[in-house]
Design a protein around this ligand. Sequence first.
Ligand code: 6R9
Length: 576
Amino acid sequence: MGQVHNEIIPGRVLNSNMPDYDRAVAEFTWEDAERHFSWYDTGKVNMAFEAVDRHVLEGRGNARALLYSDASREEVYTYSDLMERSNRFGNVLRKYGIGKGERVFIFMPRQPELYFSLLGILKVGAVAGPLFEAFMETAVKDRLADSGAVALVTTPELLKRVKREELPELRHIILVGGDPDPDPDQGEISFEEEMASAPSDMELEWLGLDDGLIIHYTSGSTGKPKGVYHVQRAMIQHYYTGKIVLDLQPEDIYWCTADPGWVTGTSYGIFAPWLNGVANVIRGGRFSPLDWYKSIERNAVTVWYSAPTAFRMLMGAGKNSLEGADLSSLRHVMSVGEPLNPEVVRWGEKVYQQRIHDTWWMTETGAQLICNYPGMDIKPGSMGRPLPGIEAAILDDRGNVVPPYTMGNLAIRTPWPSMMKMIWNNPAKYSEYFRIPGWYISGDSAYMDDEGYYWFQGRIDDVINTSGERIGPFEVESKLVEHPAVAEAGVIGKPDAVRGEIIKAFISLREGYLPSAALKEEIAAFVKAGLSAHAAPREIEFKDKLPKTRSGKIMRRVLKAWELHLPAGDLSTIED
Ligand code: 6R9
């Protein structure tokens, strides 16, 4: 196992006099992060105050906070602008009696109003619930019903997907986008009209560290999506990792490509950058390689956070998409959401002159935990090391720590500041994560090498057992994408009478390659030669596209369900 762990490339070293791993610890501590917030003086906090108002009160109101663009809009908002807009929206919510602890959902495309609304929701102490714009009726209804949302910020277009008759607790609909005729009898309110008449200053709701912040619904392999509930305390870790992992400096122009419907789009698309007072780029609309590169160039982005699926698409789009785009402003590039194939890291070095830094965390963890951060060496294919102050381990099913290079349950010592506080309405599900005392069990399978680097293998449910060998699908997938014909690969274990399971690979091909039996053989031989005989797929199936979540994760359970002709389970987060 771990064929790639010998390769080491040096990471970015910021302060060459200090041993890498200790540098970050020495320069900025968790204590520093805690001390930063008003809680330290007053016992009270509010994320929106810390992320926005504080900068204005400390004289940085004219600094650029939000650099928005899509195909038709291009707008810049300063921290003062954000403070004013979010105050107004907070006042609108108060006018309708919405306050502390209530759930207010947002269902709209990435556009500035989404961000004003989210901050306004936080200002009244309500709990924000962002939804992907792509959700259809059932997905929207399940989430609003489960959380008991009292209000929804949406557009007239998307409102058609909200089954109001089945949502008795939903009292207010705030319509963004100049709806000419909101119906007050239906609880409809015009965002633009209300904002225009709302006062621009407000006394925000001061909260405790354990008061609610945000709820993100995330799909498991079975059952309904879970409402992962986070509290204000998470700001300590958002702020801290913004410094240590994102390496944000006051002059940075930062772009996180994630949508706020995904935790990355809030923790690192809203909280971490604004707590650190940088200029935050938001790009509306769909993914397009050239657009993205142009966005980096036009905004002179310095720090960029994206996902393997995007990097692989950019890689697949080839040189032409890069033509004429100047990416020299980039100083730090990171990835999250899925394993980052070594091939992509090498490509990043070539194309961006940047080592893409992988980061590992989950909706439930609220913020980054295991990362490649500035100052440490990168081993392509490894998600890095636990952050200072975070203890990770690989446990067997009984909770014993296993030796290096042994695959097992990736676990984190509890607690850490941004750890979820509950699964909404589902205490039983919550306790499953903590079934081994003192540990959070991630559901991921990984191993640790003898230098404390962690290597992702797959979700526990995805680990393949073939002829008694345990094989993580990621290792096979990474080898597959090294083959020039392969754009993306998803690998599953297919039940087999003789071997227990055999490895089956679903593959989408790069531009210019056609499916054929000879190509299948060639690809299988390539894995056999590069990895091992038992890791080579015995079956290969070509697909135009692999099923993926909105956050770009290949849905192996859907591949498996296809293969076995079983129901695919919850598909609310699937891409198309
Ligand atoms: C932030 C986020 C969490 C799951 C996680 C793991 C996978 C995330 C990864 C990674 C390998 C990485 N994952 N980062 N796998 N390397 N760097 O993605 O949250 O959507 O809840 O997903 O994503 O399987 O358990 P979420």
